[in-house]
Design a protein. Sequence first.
Length: 144
Amino acid sequence: MLDRFKEVGSIAFGYKIIGKEEDLQNLIKVHKIEGGIIAIGDNFIRHIVYDKISHYIPQFNFIKVIHPSAQIARNVLIGKGTVIMANTTISSEATVGDFCIINNNSSLDHDSKMLDYSSLGPGSSIGANVKIGLFTAVSLGAKV
């Protein structure tokens, strides 16, 4: 785990801190890292960290992470670096942009679109044909 605020070797959320963003290029070689995510809840800060990492390592592979309990229709488009947490539902023809976060127990209904760096709080529910804007955070339990 990388963290610019914690000391290398310390533990955060049960994981050892191995460096900061600027150490990533060397860490990729040493630890044979093939890809990763940016696990930061603040949508705009997630974008800033993406810019930093892309500056140091333009070819870095940002993966999408989807919890096995998530229910996602087959024709949903999901962008790179997106995290989809437990018990979420994403219905047909929905689009989820790059670096989005869809929190636990939330839903995105059919034909809706989340633009890059947007997020759904736990238990939020987005109806059909809704567009969630760039950097937008839909809060805990919100209904749109």
